[in-house]
Design a protein around this ligand. Structure first.
Ligand SMILES: Nc1ncnc2c1ncn2[C@@H]1O[C@H](COP(=O)(O)OP(=O)(O)OP(=O)(O)O)[C@@H](O)[C@H]1O
Ligand SMILES: [Mg+2]
Length: 196
């Protein structure tokens, strides 16, 4: 038994992940390419110097081209590594996507270590993962609260943007006090932006 919002979240999480899993891989790749191109054209991304991204897994928006683009455009790429002891994400600078990463939980590739970014206020642009989103920025993640804890410490003018497929957009995301909204969501068919 959990609290009511927790149960509603769990049910929605399952159904949206199932919807996303049902997309053919070729479609997911094609949609990911469209989304990556759109984000690459946003002023907030172009102007960003320090970018936090993530390595995708399963049927998520494929972040491969995005993270390669961050490096190719000379920006500082930061990736998260799960810290089980403090139940949080440690952030590391990554310069090499092959040698710099290793498989962590669920096979998600994460930094091996190296230079840790202690000051989250240095982040200019944050690509946020998630399961379901509403047009006003409501976000449902995977249930760890990791990004809610991380986004609390972001600089107010840094942009937290989600890349998602349109099947992940819902009318309303069940929200609790700790849930931090994203500033925008880019899908293959739309852009839902609170501010840029
Ligand atoms: N800032 C916070 N401090 C302490 N606990 C938090 C904080 N933010 C979220 N949590 C807790 O984390 C748990 C999971 O939160 P939630 O269901 O919103 O996860 P989520 O947003 O789906 O996951 P994620 O952010 O990892 O993608 C909840 O018990 C929530 O209370
Ligand atoms: Mg949350």
């Amino acid at each position: 038994m959990g609290s009511e919002p927790t149960n509603v979240k769990r049910t929605l999480r399952k159904s949206i992940i199932a919807r996303r899993d049902a997309l053919p891989e070729a479609d997911r790749s094609a949609m990911s390419a469209i989304i990556t191109r759109k984000i690459g054209g946003l002023a907030a991304y172009v102007d960003a110097e320090v970018v936090l991204a993530y390595m995708s897994f399963g049927s998520e928006f494929e972040t491969g081209d995005f993270v390669r683009g961050v490096l190719e455009t000379g920006k500082t790429l930061i990736l998260p590594r799960l810290n089980r002891d403090r139940c949080g994400l440690d952030l590391y600078r990554v310069t090499d996507l092959e040698d710099g990463l290793e498989a962590g939980i669920w096979g998600i590739r994460e930094p091996r270590g190296g230079t840790m970014l202690e000051d989250f206020s240095l982040l200019d642009f944050i690509l946020v993962p998630g399961v379901a989103f509403s047009r006003d920025g409501g976000r449902l993640g995977y249930g760890g609260g990791f990004y809610d804890r991380l986004l609390v410490g972001k600089r107010p003018d840094a942009l937290a943007l989600a890349a998602a497929f349109s099947v992940q957009m819902v009318e309303k995301v069940p929200l609790e006090a700790n849930d931090i909204p994203v500033d925008g969501i880019v899908t293959e068919t739309g852009e839902y932006v609170r501010r840029f």
